[in-house]
Design a binder for this molecule. Structure first.
Ligand code: TXA
Ligand code: MG
Length: 318
C-alpha cells in the first residue's frame, strides 16, 4: 500500500472543497470521490460515471464518530463496526434527521450506506477535507471496476480532476454491504467480508437479500462489471475465438490466458479479478478474439463475491 504524500493530499482536498472530483485508492477498488455534503459535486459524480439512474452512493467516513453524525447505529451495527472498521464493510443504517449529507447521494432514501476505508490515502484525504466523501467505484457505469490508477484514467479520462495513485487495490472486490434490521443482518451485496465472518462476530443469523423480502441494493444491476467482449462462465476449455481466465492448477491451454490464482487461493483471485478482466479484454481486442471463458470458482467464502461479479459480467443484457 503506497503511503500518502501530504502536499498532494491537501491539494486534492482543496479540489474537493471547490466541488471537484478526485479518484482515490481504497483497499477494495478505486473510488470517485466528492464532498458528500455538496449537492452539485455529488451530481457531477453521476454525470462523470454516466450512471443511468440515481443509485445511492456509499459515504466514506474517518471513523464511527463521523458516521454517528449522519446515521443511527444499532448495537449490532456497532459490533460489526468494532470488528471490521476500517475495512471493506458498508453498513446501511437510518439517516439522522439533521444529517447534512446531500439527499442526492442517498437517492432520496431514508437510509445511508456508510463505510470507513482502510487505505492510508483515503483516510488521509477524509482527514484533510474534514468532511465525508461520497464515492462510487471510479469507472464508467456498467464497466469493469478499477483496481489501479491507470484503470481510472482509461475509464474516466478528463472527467476527473485528479487521480491519487495508491498502487493496486489490496482486496480487489467492492465492500460487503449489509443492512441491520432488528436482530437480522441482511447482505445486500457480497464482498470482501463473508457471511461466515459476519456471523462469527455477531452470533446473529445472516441472510442474503435474495432470501429476505424485497430489500436490495438498488445499484445491483444484472449486467455490470462487463468487459467489451462476451464472458462465458464455468468453462472447462477455451474455444478458438476465446481467451481463458483460469483458477487453480487446471490444464486448459489457450494462447491468451491468465490464472487468477494457480494455488487456488480465493483472496489472491479476488485481488486479481478486475485487473485480469481489464487485461484480457484489451488482449481480445488486439488479437481479434470475441470472448473470455472463465474457469469455475468454488462457491464459498470470497468465491461467493467473485461469482457474483462474474455472473453480472457474463449477463447477456447489455
Ligand atoms: O468498496 C466499495 O464499496 C467501493 C469503494 C469505492 O468504497 N464503492 C462502491 O460503490 O462499490 P458503488 O457506488 O459502485 O456501489 C454502491 C452500492 C450500490 O449498489 C448502491 O445501490 C448501494 O451501494 N447502496 C448505497 N447506499 C445504499 C442504501 N442506502 N441502501 C441500499 N443500498 C445502498
Ligand atoms: Mg461500481
Amino acid at each position: 500500500m503506497k503511503q500518502p504524500d501530504q502536499k498532494e493530499i491537501d491539494k486534492a482536498a482543496d479540489l474537493l472543497r471547490a466541488g471537484g472530483l478526485v479518484a482515490m485508492p481504497t483497499e477494495t477498488v478505486y473510488g470517485l470521490a466528492a464532498d458528500a455534503t455538496n449537492d452539485k459535486a455529488v451530481a457531477r459524480i453521476f454525470e462523470a460515471k454516466g450512471r443511468p439512474q440515481f443509485n445511492p452512493l456509499i459515504i466514506h467516513v474517518r471513523d464511527i464518530n463521523m458516521a454517528l453524525r449522519f446515521v443511527d447505529l444499532s448495537p449490532t451495527a456497532r459490533k460489526l463496526i468494532a470488528a471490521f472498521w476500517p475495512g471493506p464493510l458498508t453498513i446501511v443504517a437510518p439517516r439522522r434527521e439533521d444529517c447534512e449529507i446531500s439527499l442526492l447521494a442517498s437517492a432520496g432514501l431514508d437510509t445511508l450506506g456508510v463505510r470507513c476505508p482502510k487505505h492510508a490515502i483515503a483516510q488521509a484525504l477524509i482527514k484533510s477535507l474534514g468532511r465525508p466523501l461520497a464515492a462510487p467505484s471510479a469507472n464508467r457505469s456498467g464497466s469493469i471496476s478499477p483496481t489501479q490508477a491507470d484503470h481510472v484514467r482509461q475509464s474516466l479520462g478528463e472527467r476527473v480532476d485528479a487521480v491519487l495513485d495508491g498502487g493496486p487495490s489490496e482486496i480487489g472486490l467492492e465492500s460487503t454491504i449489509v443492512k441491520v434490521e432488528g436482530e437480522e443482518i441482511i447482505i445486500l451485496r457480497p464482498g470482501g467480508i463473508s457471511a461466515e465472518d459476519l456471523q462469527d462476530v455477531t452470533g446473529k443469523p445472516v441472510l442474503t437479500s435474495a432470501k429476505s423480502s424485497t430489500i436490495e441494493a438498488p445499484g445491483m444491476m444484472k449486467s455490470h462489471y462487463a468487459p467489451s467482449v462476451r464472458v462465458r462462465l464455468n468453462a472447462t476449455k477455451a474455444e478458438p475465438h476465446e481467451a481463458f481466465l483460469g483458477f487453480a492448477n487446471e490444464t486448459v491451454t489457450a494462447p491468451t490466458s491468465l490464472n487468477l490464482s494457480p494455488s487456488g487461493d480465493l483472496s489472491e483471485a479476488a485481488a486479481n479479478l478486475f485487473a485480469y478482466l481489464h487485461q484480457l479484454d484489451a488482449s481480445c481486442l488486439d488479437e481479434g478474439l470475441t470472448g473470455i471463458a472463465v474457469a469455475p470458482i468454488p462457491q464459498k467464502g470470497l468465491g461467493i463475491a467473485i461469482n457474483d461479479r462474474l455472473t453480472r459480467a457474463a449477463h447477456p443484457d447489455r
